[in-house]
Design a protein around this ligand. Structure first.
Ligand code: NAD
Length: 486
């Protein structure tokens, strides 16, 4: 069965190229998928353009669009086992995490299914009796949706669901490393009754299959989740046609622990913050800021527990975290840790591959202590299971260190002093702040970054607004001449 979905038809790549997908946990072959080139993507853009300009989807009543998304949510639940398994094989992550993700994905479709018709415009009071004034929300047009490999279907859902809710058509390009659940999702959209051409899928490498999406004049919006450098490149490429650009990029997220924090909770969630999915989480709390007086006790306990974390493949029920996504990514993480040690960081645990898991791309949970803000390992995202630890003296110092980064995605504050928590939260330049918690999110609340962590927002009302244009319609009901030259 071919894997590219263009204009409602499943087909292979024009030049018949394919790509092998291997499981990061053991290198086993998961599948062989069609690999699009630029020409396939240009065809997909043309299909999405036709479906937007001439097809029924943009003018389908918002409530009916919402109903379709609710049907997709049900289909996701029906296929949960197959989807979770496919996601785990592509990414190497634990099956239980993938199952959790599929529930979240169904919830995302439900949220945008309901939001589709909740607010489609508003009446404006102009103060003039002879005027009817309305603002209506219309779809932006053809959307290019480009997604990464760490939460493949989740990141896709955060884009596909609001794009369709608003009446857009799209071309999706998932990460070349993790394509299988995107293929499955297209089949569900087809089954739910989405018109041909409204959803298009190209699989393949960024520079070939992805690049035309950023500069093609028939694309109206690019929504991208991925690395900072790719995001910068896409933004520059999109500038030529002044596309709308929404970017969800990286983070170097501070986890601030005050001396008065609940010790057990702060240690437990500091581990979750950074080692969940082996640190391959954009909001990973990879930068621990711990108050001086608590530092030694806290880091000792953290290291003790980090050394107990059990690594294993997706179907190992004892495993607590899995492999990195590829050999190339592990090599980057290894080089990052070596750089940290060369810069003067103290390696407290990890810093090497585990024994007995040689088939996969595993790397041990790693803690680099005695770091300072001027080190590149503190500033750069490793996107691996690596925690850097810095000390701070007081509240002002904590805020200054936490904000001393080009990123601004997410972070946490641990303290039992409620007023202090609120003061610090207010001063952090971050899109999400957790207080005495780490990682939870809901589709009702916006997600996104300050500073170079991105532009725009996903989820919540702003996540839908991203895919809408506001049009003001002014109707003069007074037939008498009233122009300047009447
Ligand atoms: P990446 O930037 O390498 O790739 C992301 C996507 O962009 C892939 O589909 C890739 O094929 C595509 N791409 C690459 N070059 C392209 C080009 N020239 N034109 C068009 N498309 C191109 O990122 P990655 O390694 O897949 O993902 C990891 C990064 O994603 C991390 O930096 C992480 O922080 C970030 N991320 C951010 C969020 C968030 O919500 N802010 C969520 C998940 C991941």
């Amino acid at each position: 069965m071919p894997d590219l979905f263009i204009d409602g038809t499943w087909r292979g790549a024009l030049d018949e190229r394919t790509r092998e997908i291997r499981c990061p946990a053991d290198g086993s072959l998961v599948g062989v998928v069609d690999e699009a080139g630029g020409k396939d993507t240009v065809e997909a853009i043309a299909a999405a353009r036709r479906a937007f300009d001439e097809g029924p989807w943009p003018s389908t009543p918002a409530a009916d669009r919402g109903d379709l998304l609710l049907r997709v949510a049900d289909l996701l639940v029906r296929d949960k086992d197959a989807l979770a398994r496919a996601e785990s094989l592509d990414t190497g992550k634990r099956l239980v995490e993938s199952e959790y993700d599929i529930d979240d994905i169904a919830n995302c479709f439900r949220y945008f299914g309901r939001a589709a018709s909740a607010e489609t415009g508003r009446v404006v009071d102009t103060g003039t009796a002879s005027v009817d004034s309305r603002v209506v929300y219309e779809p932006v047009g053809v959307c290019a949706l480009i997604t990464p490999w760490n939460y493949p279907l989740l990141q896709t859902a955060w884009k596909v669901a609001p794009a369709l809710a608003a009446g857009n058509t799209f071309v999706l390009k998932p990460s070349e490393l993790t394509p299988h659940t995107a293929v499955h999702l297209m089949r569900l959209l087809e089954e739910a009754g989405l018109p041909a051409g409204a959803a298009n899928l190209v699989l393949g490498a960024g520079p070939e299959a992805g690049a035309p999406l950023a500069d093609h004049p028939d694309v109206d919006l690019v929504s991208f989740t991925g690395g900072l450098h790719t995001g910068r490149r896409l933004m520059a490429a999109a500038a030529g046609t002044v596309k709308k650009v929404a970017l969800e990029l990286g983070g170097k997220n501070p986890d601030i622990v005050f001396a008065d924090a609940d010790f057990e909770t702060a240690v437990d969630l500091a581990l979750t913050a950074v080692f969940l999915h082996s640190g391959q989480v954009c909001s990973a709390g990879a930068r621990l800021l711990v108050q001086d007086s608590l530092h030694d006790r806290f880091v000792d306990e953290l290291v003790r527990r980090a050394e107990l974390i059990r690594l294993g493949g997706p179907f190992d029920e004892q495993a607590q975290t899995g492999p990195l996504v590829s050999a190339a990514h592990r090599a980057k993480v290894e080089a990052y840790v070596e750089r940290g040690v060369a810069e003067g960081a103290v390696l407290r645990c990890g810093g090497r591959r585990p024994e007995g898991l040689d088939e996969g791309f595993y790397y041990l949970p790693t803690v680099l202590d005695e770091c300072t803000g001027d080190m590149s390992v503190v500033q750069d995202e490793s996107f691996g299971p690596v925690l850097t630890v810095e000390r701070f003296h007081d509240e002002a110092d904590a805020v200054r260190l936490a904000n001393d980064t080009i990123y601004g995605l997410a972070g946490a504050v641990f303290t039992t002093d409620g007023a202090k928590a609120q003061r610090v939260a207010a001063r952090l330049r971050l899109g999400t702040v957790w207080i005495n918690d780490y990682h939870p999110y809901v589709p009702q609340a916006e997600w996104g970054g300050f500073k170079q962590s991105g532009t725009g927002r996903e989820l919540g009302p702003a996540g839908l607004a991203e895919y809408r244009e506001a049009k003001h319609i002014w109707r003069n009901t007074d037939p008498s001449p009233q122009g300047w030259f009447a």
